[in-house]
Write a protein of this length. Sequence first.
Length: 103
Amino acid sequence: GEALHWATLEQRRGQPVEEGQVLMSEVLGVRNTGVVVELSVMGFTQPFSLDFSTAEERNAWTRYVELAMQVLVPESDRAELDAARADHRHREVEERRLLNEER
């Protein structure tokens, strides 16, 4: 499958401290917060934050990821992924509601 390769900005001996890849078929959502681009990924409770220098880059990457999510996911996986995305959105809403109640 198609993947997004990432690496931390923090480096040790000229190499990223951490790096890896996210399969596009596991991306549940993308959100431009105005500061970072957040990717919600299956199996991770916290979103991945992607840092960019400019608003243009953030906007472009948000569009790229949205497009990749539509184009790269095979039809056979789409129903399962849609269900996972709906479930993820529901959990996000629940978490926000609980946070607001605690305030």
